[in-house]
Design a binder for this molecule. Structure first.
Ligand code: MCA
Ligand code: AMP
Length: 509
């Protein structure tokens, strides 16, 4: 094969005149039309001077054209680097600079703010807006409808996805063609996707879940997607009777359950509901079954690994578990201190190995070595156990991470901003339960002696620098932070103290 990912995902559909994307406005785009648009964009990329292995950083709203840009990068042998639309210019500058992106594609509204960074790096800049307008598609519309696919091997990189770390800046997880392909092929079989599937797609396409899991699986199966710009309950309810399957983060399911229009009848045509990216409460799983008769299939993945485990399609989908390791994934539970394997039933670090596991972090050999063992096992940082029936349970995290509505937030990044503010001695950022997002961010600040930091001003600084979903829901002043005998801040005590902050009145400190 010339370019395994392109050939398997896209080229096989080149002449199909059946719909690939059903849009909210009632129109649809066939596979053939989609691939013609892909080829036109690939011409633009190549005429821009991009060469195989160059990075293309993309921060655009979800649209069919944005998805075609992903396909075009695969076809032109480029590394696709999707970025959360909530990222601020500060955050984007780091990703663009760190990856050495040769091309940045952004919304027209952000062009001016990004120009200084692309000029500094001599990167090219194109625009793509939510409605498909902008310089990229204007240029693409002049191009031929087919493109000579650039040769790649399964070991070549297909995407960089940035993931934050407990210390320092974000790391670019390097994903190869075979990482993406092997996982998607496994999932199509495991979840019984076929050309008859119509996936209700309301996730963003800048993360693994919406891009690789949802889209690649649909493409390999030869199915189609109802492609909604974002989670909008009215649209979800309108289109569900036409769909067969849906993938979502737990917030999708709690919001659906909060809507009286979501009934057993509405979900009658559905074959499968899949949840992941954050823990699905057992209570949500049970309520969902009561309401619809469907048992949500929960699975567990990571940016660095794609999907690792899944509840079974046939057989018992157990609430509160993430099911079994996927067929080609090895999973073991290890001692966090020694790395030694622990027996079933005992809690420890979850480590995984398989064709799904990434190649390492871009230009960060020490970080790669710290998390990816020489024998190929990746240390996930999640704490879990395997029960007597082989089901994997995630019981906590060995990493300081908050997951809000499926987005990862590393407290350190927020603490660094808080600590810089006038009058702040130190800070601790924690995740606390939230009825809609699962967890939300709480910032705790210890003032310098005799000072009274202005919390409103501090919040404004945070808002300027960090994406909206990372903003603390609230900032509180504390006299001191609880520490252990080694001087380490005991966040578990803080989490316990404030656990009811957004569900009921907080306990006093
Ligand atoms: C939006 N806001 C958020 C979040 N999303 N705040 C915290 N956490 C969030 N996740 C902000 C908005 O900017 C807005 O701010 C306010 O909260 C309320 O917005 P709302 O309209 O309610 O939000 P929404 O647009 O409905 O979005 C909520 C959402 C969305 C649907 C849960 O965040 C989402 O699609 N999440 C999916 C994330 C995802 O795909 N994760 C997969 C990562 P304001 O009021 O100021 O305007 S991949 C992964 O984790 C691995 C690989 C895996 O296993 O899948
Ligand atoms: P990300 O870095 O965005 O890829 O997020 C990966 C993290 O999301 C994992 O390390 C887990 O902590 C969490 N995660 C993903 N799926 C699940 C799940 N089904 N249950 C609990 N946590 C999950």
């Amino acid at each position: 094969m010339m370019n395994p990912l392109y050939d398997r995902l896209f080229a096989v559909h080149a002449n199909k005149t059946t719909p690939f994307l059903h849009l909210q406005n009632g129109q649809s785009i066939t596979h053939k039309q989609f691939l013609e648009s892909t080829a036109q964009i690939a011409h633009v990329l190549s005429q821009t001077g991009l060469k195989a292995g160059d990075r293309v950083a993309v921060q655009v709203q979800k649209s069919p054209e944005a998805l075609a840009l992903y396909a075009a990068c695969v076809q032109a042998g480029l590394i696709f680097l999707p970025l959360n639309t909530a990222y601020t210019v500060d955050e984007l500058s780091y990703f663009i600079e760190n990856s050495g992106a040769a091309l940045v594609v952004c919304d027209q509204a952000n062009k001016q703010a990004l120009e200084p960074i692309t000029t500094k790096l001599s990167s090219k800049l194109e625009t793509l807006n939510a409605d498909g307008s902008g310089t990229l598609m204007a240029r693409a519309s002049q191009q031929p409808l087919s493109f000579d696919t650039v040769e790649r091997t399964e070991d070549d990189l297909a995407a960089f996805l940035y993931t934050s770390g407990t210390t320092g800046r974000s790391k670019g997880a390097m994903l190869t063609q075979s990482n993406l392909l092997s996982n998607a092929e496994t999932l199509v079989d495991y979840w019984r996707f076929s050309q008859n599937d119509v996936l209700l797609h309301a996730l963003p396409i800048f993360h693994t879940h919406g891009l690789f899991v949802a889209t690649n699986v649909t493409l390999i199966a030869g199915g189609s997607m109802i492609f909604l710009p974002k989670l909008d309950l009215d649209a979800l309810i309108e289109f569900m009777p036409k769909a067969t399957s849906m993938m979502g983060v737990p917030t999708f399911y709690t919001r659906l359950l909060g809507d009286k229009r979501f009934t057993k009848d509405l979900a009658a045509h559905m074959r499968l509901f899949i949840s992941g990216s954050a823990p699905l409460l057992a209570e949500t799983h049970l309520q969902f079954e009561e309401r619809t008769g469907h048992r949500i299939l929960e699975r567990y993945g990571m940016t660095e690994t794609n999907m690792n485990t899944s509840n079974p399609y046939e057989g018992d989908r157990r609430a509160g578990t993430v099911g079994f390791p996927l067929p080609d994934v090895e999973l073991k539970i290890t001692d966090p201190e020694t790395g030694a394997k622990r027996p079933d039933g005992e809690v420890g670090l979850i480590e995984v190995r398989g064709p799904n596991v990434f190649k390492g972090y871009w230009q960060m050999p020490e970080k790669t070595a710290a998390e990816l063992r020489e024998d190929g096992f990746f240390i996930t940082g999640d704490l879990g156990k395997v029960d007597e029936d082989g089901y994997v349970h995630i019981v906590g995290r060995n990493k300081d991470l908050i997951i809000s509505g499926g987005y990862n937030i590393y407290p350190k990044e927020i603490e660094l901003v808080l600590d810089e503010q006038p009058g702040v001695l130190e800070s601790a950022v924690i995740g606390v339960p939230h009825p809609d997002f699962g967890e939300t961010v709480l910032g705790l600040i210890v003032p310098k002696p005799g000072e009274q930091p202005a919390l409103d001003a501090i919040m404004s600084r945070v808002q300027e620098q960090l994406a909206r979903f990372k903003h603390p829901q609230k900032l509180l002043l504390l006299d001191e932070l609880p520490r252990n005998t080694m001087g380490k801040v005991q966040k578990s005590i803080l989490r316990e103290t404030y656990k009811a902050m957004f569900t009921q009145r907080p306990q006093s400190v």
